[in-house]
Design a protein around this ligand. Structure first.
Ligand code: DC
Length: 233
């Protein structure tokens, strides 16, 4: 498949978007970008540097000092996020950051700052990106858009297990509360709220294994690319 496309994956918190986007990128030889990690890294910077994100002047000038990048960790075989050159993969997943990230990501200037960088990453196509506004704002022309959904209880349990595997402390109740409040805030904010793009394909993975979900999504890619190559699009 020589034709490279942009694959946008959106959905609520913890419904498996990152796993799907990362596995698709591996299979297709694409670049994978976890846009949520970028919002988490900005939040971490604000927290560590005592930036009051409600103070617009202070917040906007702080953004100029933030550099976010990604690299592949050969040992864990996972991508990791760097904030100003430091690996912050574990720090950005903490409950403290999960609690602060929704209000920070609702700020227009923060979104403009990150969306611009995200658009640049898609310049050469061959990209999977997951988040909340990827198919609606970052890549409204993405060739393939997937809107992932999953049963709430299952999402909370998956997140709880994932956090514990990473050595991050949290009770199941805390995880449930955090998912509910983030979903509400992310869907009700004024700038770029989470919603399903009209041309996105909804995929409910409640009863699917990771392998089944990946197979389904890769078939969508195949169909899309063959449509493009036949000139149907
Ligand atoms: O994908 P995640 O759960 O790690 O994302 C953390 C938060 O970042 C999420 O609650 C809302 C915000 N976010 C966003 O506003 N837009 C995106 N494209 C990705 C994440």
């Amino acid at each position: 498949m020589n034709t490279k496309i942009i694959i946008a994956i959106d959905g609520h918190a913890s419904c498996g978007k990152s796993t799907l986007a990362r596995q698709m990128a591996n299979m297709l030889g694409y670049t994978y970008v976890d846009s949520g990690a970028m919002y988490r890294a900005v939040t971490l910077y604000f927290l560590e540097n005592g930036i009051d994100y409600r103070n617009k002047g202070q917040m906007v000038s702080a953004l100029k000092n933030i550099n976010i990048s990604f690299r592949y960790n050969e040992k864990t075989e996972m991508p990791e996020t760097l904030l100003n050159g430091q690996v912050v993969e574990k720090e950005i997943r903490s409950m403290k950051i999960s609690e602060m990230v929704s209000p920070v990501s609702a700020i227009k200037e923060v979104r403009e700052f990150l969306v611009e960088q995200q658009k640049q990453m898609g310049k050469h196509k061959g990209l999977t990106m997951d988040g909340r506004d990827i198919g609606t704002v970052v890549f409204p022309d993405a060739e393939l858009k997937i809107f992932l959904t999953s049963n709430e209880k299952i999402r909370a349990e998956r997140r709880f297990i994932e956090l514990h595997k990473k050595g991050i402390d949290a009770t199941l109740e805390e995880v449930i509360h955090n998912l509910e409040s983030r979903d509400y805030e992310d869907s009700h904010r004024i700038t770029s709220p989470l919603y399903k793009a009209g041309d996105a394909i909804e995929l409910d993975n409640t009863n699917l294994s990771e392998e089944q979900q990946l197979e389904f999504a890769l078939n969508l890619v195949k169909e899309k690319i063959s449509e493009i190559e036949k000139g149907d699009n």
